[in-house]
Design a protein around this ligand. Sequence first.
Ligand code: ARG
Length: 537
Amino acid sequence: TSSTFDFAANLFPLSSTAAGVGGYAPIGAPTSGRSRGGLGGGALEKHKTLTYLNGLSLIVGLIIGSGIFSSPSQVSSRVGSAGAGLVVWVVAGVLAWTGGASYAELGGAIPLNGGAQVYLAKTFGELAGFLFTWSAVLVLKPGSAAIISIIMGEYLVRAVIGAEAETISPWVSKAVALVGIMTVTMLNCVSTRVGTRINDMLMFLKFVALLFITITGIAVAITGRTLTGEPTLDWKGHDWFEGTTSDLSAWALALYAGLWAFDGWDNTNYVVGEFRNPSRDLPRVIHTAMPLVILSYVLANLAYFLVLPLPAINGSNTVAVLFGSRVFGPAGALVIALIVSFSCFGALNSSTFTAGRLTYVAGKEGYIPTVFGRIGFGDRRLEDGLATQRTRSWLTKKLRSWVGDEDTGLFYTPVYALLLNCSITAVYCVVGEFSTLVTFYGVAGYTFYFLTVLGLIVLRVAEPQLDRPYRTWITTPIIFCCVSLFLLSRAVFAQPLQTLLVVGFVLAGIPVYFLRVRGRERKNMGDHGKKWWQIWK
Ligand code: ARG
């Protein structure tokens, strides 16, 4: 039986003797009694199930969602030409890559579940980490999930009812979105393995879909005519940069749209603590996922530009479906709409997987009611690894081994956290206004990305001795910080009111923090003398 202490010592084989029994007591390793209120002491992290492939599909599964199939119009219509559009896609991809590489360094140095929360707490203090969690649990995660699920609903409805039906009530697609959210939550509640297996399968589907679009696009452009007889772009004599704008704000807005399509590169950081070998796999995942995604996005865009006239792209929110119908006719539109809704379903699944863990960590820390930091339906023995293995029937054993959780059983997942996330997402889905959600997500999300990566630079200076199994080039975080600062400043000028709303919401977390932390200290939870970042060297 492994106690929290063995776990801590194994995860952090450090030679410090100052921190008590076991050499080292990180986050929430209690001196006696139940493990409460600790990031690293979490029951989920005792079972290190995630591999390189799971990491890859967690990232790719979330990144390739809706964006590449619908945002090309938002990019090219703003910068004015196909060539400039392609440049924006490359820049957005490289920016996401620098962000991912920076996060990989942080994740290797601080291998715990929780993502930006733990890095911010380590660098700027617990309040900064809390404010991230506050925003992520209440808005960022459920908000982005709501956006993805609404898009999923729209494409599915389109595929079933027909691509041209414009008269369908938005409530139909919202209802489909709700069903999708609930399905994904249920699957993720059953077992960790079910969630990751779905991710693995859908990742391949997405790459195949993008590859298919690329190959047909290029093939059709070479022959000069689509299967339905439409002419394609005359690419030999074409001026790709004709009409490019020099308005910086337009470029910034285009970049935002591209970045949404690349967003999700921080997804593995939420579950670092569950990786078998985080310091090896995290950078590997980033450095394979990002180039693959960038390449397939740029190629897919090239295919769109070759086959569809620019004005048609600029005027469409569903570029991929347009592409399908132009090349193959109505059947093509239907197939592509189906693929896109599956792709969104996969992104929703990836997002839910990590949102559940993030919410769970918040519960563990006592930031939100501690029930959300429980595993399963509340069997405490299960969480402490004390539940006895009952004798099970052959069928039950088979079923359990298929989902891969023989030793922990079904529902060894943060069930309450997942249900909370599902409920908030559903509320946004029903009442949320699409463009508000998108703006809020962009501004708040990039504020925290910026601060976290800035934290990396601060940590390099303040704590050079910190063990960093993976070090990125120092130019990487610097580039990321500069570009995200540029983006944020543009947003402040372009949408001052919405930015104020974001700032107001984040700051509203401060009183909550003091209330929760005082309450926590009164109940003597999660506080073992010193805070974890004070002993972390
Ligand atoms: N890149 C995804 C898409 O194209 C969106 C990712 C949303 N981000 C997130 N962290 N949930 O649909």
